[in-house]
Unconditional design. Structure first.
Length: 542
C-alpha cells in the first residue's frame, strides 16, 4: 500500500490540538461527563492528549488503533506526559487516569465485553474516525473496516450501484450505540455533515436508545484544508428513548440551535422550528407539508455504462461521430441515441452535442444477437472488449458482454421529465424526442420519468415546479450532499397533491408554455393528463 493510501486507510484528517480543545469545551457546555472514555479510531491520540490535559481528566481511557505505529505513538506521548506511569498504578485516583492502548481494529472487538474497565461511571466515545467509505477501504485493501453488510431498505441495482455504501464513522457510531446500549454512552464524533444525517436516520430506523442528537457545524477548510461540509455530531444515549430529530448549531460555541432536522426513518427533512416530540414520533411536524407515501411518478435513474470513452460519441468533422479515444465510429443508428447529462439538464440545453451507444433494450438482454442484427456495432464493441471488461462496478458481473444498466421501456418513451441529481438547485425539465424523432437518453447522474405524450410531460413539469413541490423539495434537499437529488427524495413529491393545493392558474400557465415548446399547435388536455397520473398512483384514484 502506498504512503498516501496508508494515510487514507488510517484517517487522512488528523485533528489539530486547538480543535480538540474546542470540541471538549463544547462537550463540557453540553454537560457531557467523561469519567470513562473510548477513542475507537485513535490515530496518533490527539483526543487522548487533549483529555489528559483537561483540568478534570477521565478516570480511565481505552484508546483503540489499528495502526501499530500510531498506537506506539500514543504510548510514547502518554509516557512523555506521565500518564503511562500513572496508568501502571492500581486504580484511578486524583493521581491520574488509567490509560489502555490496544493495537486492533475496532471492528474486531465487542465494545461491551472486550474492554476491561477498572473504574465505573458514564462512558464517552469520542474521536475523529477516518472520513472514508467502506467501499474505499475495500479498494485500499484495508482490514480496518466492518463486516460486509447491506444497508436495510436498499436492494437490487440500487444497492449494487452504491446506495448501500456508508461512511466508516457511521459504522463505528452504530456499533458503539448498540454494544454499549445498557450503559447509555455519549458518542461525539467529528464527521461529514452527510454522515450525521445518515446516522440520524439510522438511529430512528433502528429505534436505538438515543435521547439527544445535536450537530455543530465546523469549518473543515480551516481545520483540515478540505472543502467538505463537516460537523461535530453528538449522540446521547438514553434508555427507552428513540430520538427522531436533531438540533443543528451554527458552530461549536453556539448555545441555541439555528435549525432542526427530523426524520421518519426514510428521509431527513430540514425545518426551522423544533419538532414537537409527539409529532416527531410520527415522522412529521404539525403544519408542515407531509411527503407523499406513494408517488404516482415512477422515477428511474438514467443510463449507466461506466465507459465514456467507448460508449459516448460526439460530432466530428464532416458529420462523422467520434468517441472519447478520438476514433471515428460508424455503428447502426438503431443503437445510437441523443444523450443529455446532468449539466445539460441543469442549464436547459437541447440534445445534439452527444450521442450514446445503447446495445440493449432491456436489463440483461442477450447481446450476442448483435452479431447478426447490428454487425458494425458488434465489431466496434468487440474491438473495445478489454476496456469494457475492466469496468469495476459489481453490476456488470455475470451479465452479457457489453451490458449497460438503467435501461428499459421507460428509456425509450418519446417524452421524459428529467432532473439532474448533482445540482443543489432543482430544475425539472421536459425532454422531447430528438430532431430526427429518436428518444433522448439521460445518463446515470440524472433521474427521469417516461411520458407517453407532450401534455403529460408539460403538466408534470408544471406540477413539479409548483410552489407546493418546490417547498417540499427545499426541506428535503441538502446542498452539501454528494448527490443532492436522489430517487428516495423524488418519490416523496406528490404531484397530485400539488394539483389539489397549488395555484391552479399558475400551474396551467406553466404547462401551456411547456406544451408550446414540446409540441407547437397541440391542444392542452390537462384533465386527461392528470387522469393518467392518478391511474399511475398505487390504488388508483383517491
Amino acid at each position: 500500500m502506498s504512503t498516501a493510501a496508508a494515510s487514507r486507510d488510517r484517517g487522512d484528517h488528523p485533528t489539530p490540538p486547538a480543535l480538540v480543545a474546542r470540541v471538549l469545551a463544547c462537550l463540557t457546555r453540553r454537560r457531557v461527563d467523561w469519567s470513562r472514555v473510548i477513542e475507537p479510531a485513535a490515530g496518533e491520540g490527539r483526543f487522548v492528549t487533549g483529555l489528559l490535559a483537561q483540568r478534570h481528566p477521565p478516570d480511565e481511557i481505552h484508546a483503540i488503533e489499528a495502526c501499530a505505529a500510531h498506537a506506539a505513538a500514543i504510548r510514547r506521548g502518554s509516557v512523555a506526559s506521565g500518564a503511562d506511569a500513572r496508568a501502571k498504578r492500581t486504580g484511578a485516583s486524583a493521581r491520574g487516569p488509567l490509560l489502555h492502548v490496544r493495537t486492533a481494529s475496532v471492528f474486531s472487538l465487542d465494545l461491551g465485553r472486550d474492554l476491561r474497565w477498572r473504574t465505573v461511571g458514564p462512558i464517552l466515545v469520542v474521536g475523529n474516525p477516518p472520513w472514508v467509505t467502506t467501499s474505499a477501504l475495500g479498494a485500499l485493501g484495508s482490514r480496518n473496516r466492518p463486516p460486509r453488510a447491506r444497508r436495510a431498505g436498499v436492494a437490487g441495482l440500487e444497492a449494487l450501484t452504491g446506495a448501500s455504501n456508508y461512511d466508516l464513522t457511521e459504522a463505528i457510531a452504530l456499533k458503539a450505540l448498540s454494544q454499549l446500549a445498557d450503559q447509555a454512552p455519549v458518542v461525539a464524533f467529528l464527521c461529514k455533515l452527510s454522515t450525521a444525517r445518515r446516522l440520524l436516520g439510522e438511529v430512528a430506523r433502528r429505534t436505538l436508545p438515543v435521547g439527544e442528537v445535536s450537530v455543530f457545524h465546523i469549518d473543515a477548510r480551516r481545520w483540515f484544508g478540505v472543502g467538505v461540509a463537516a460537523c461535530l455530531l453528538l449522540l446521547r444515549g438514553h434508555p427507552g428513548a428513540s430520538c427522531r430529530y436533531a438540533s443543528v448549531f451554527a458552530d461549536l460555541e453556539a448555545t441555541e440551535p439555528a435549525s432542526f432536522w427530523r426524520t421518519d426513518g426514510s428521509a431527513v427533512i430540514r425545518c426551522n422550528a423544533r419538532p414537537e416530540r409527539s409529532a416527531c414520533g410520527r415522522g412529521h411536524t404539525q403544519g408542515d407539508w407531509r411527503p407523499a407515501v406513494a408517488s404516482p411518478l415512477a422515477w428511474r435513474q438514467g443510463l449507466k455504462h461506466d465507459a465514456t470513452d467507448v460508449m459516448e460519441l460526439s460530432a466530428g468533422a464532416g458529420g462523422t461521430l467520434v468517441n472519447g479515444l478520438g476514433e471515428k465510429v460508424d455503428v447502426e443508428i438503431g443503437h445510437r441515441f441523443p444523450l443529455l447529462k446532468a449539466s445539460d439538464l441543469f442549464h436547459g440545453r437541447s440534445p445534439g452535442r452527444r450521442e450514446v451507444i445503447v446495445p440493449q433494450e432491456t436489463l440483461g438482454a442477450d447481446t450476442l444477437r448483435l452479431r447478426r442484427s447490428a454487425p458494425r456495432l458488434w465489431r466496434y464493441l468487440a474491438a473495445h472488449a478489454e476496456r469494457l471488461e475492466r469496468r469495476r462496478s459489481a453490476v456488470y458481473r455475470r451479465r452479457p458482454p457489453f451490458s449497460i444498466f438503467g435501461i428499459g421501456p421507460y428509456a425509450f418513451a418519446p417524452f421524459k421529465v428529467a432532473v439532474s441529481g448533482l445540482h443543489g438547485e432543482v430544475r425539472f425539465r421536459a425532454v422531447p424526442p430528438g430532431p430526427d424523432g429518436r428518444p433522448v437518453m439521460v445518463d446515470d447522474t440524472c433521474y427521469l420519468v417516461g411520458m407517453d405524450s407532450a401534455s403529460q410531460a408539460a403538466l408534470t413539469v408544471a406540477l413539479l415546479e409548483s410552489d407546493v413541490c418546490l417547498q417540499a423539495m427545499s426541506s428535503l434537499l441538502f446542498e452539501d450532499a454528494k448527490r443532492p437529488v436522489t430517487k428516495r427524495l423524488l418519490v416523496r413529491l406528490d404531484v397530485v397533491e400539488a394539483w389539489r393545493r397549488g395555484d391552479r392558474r399558475a400551474i396551467e400557465a406553466r404547462a401551456e408554455a411547456e406544451l408550446a415548446r414540446l409540441a407547437p399547435g397541440e391542444r392542452p388536455r390537462w384533465e386527461t393528463a392528470l387522469d393518467t397520473l392518478l391511474r399511475r398512483r398505487p390504488g388508483g384514484r383517491h
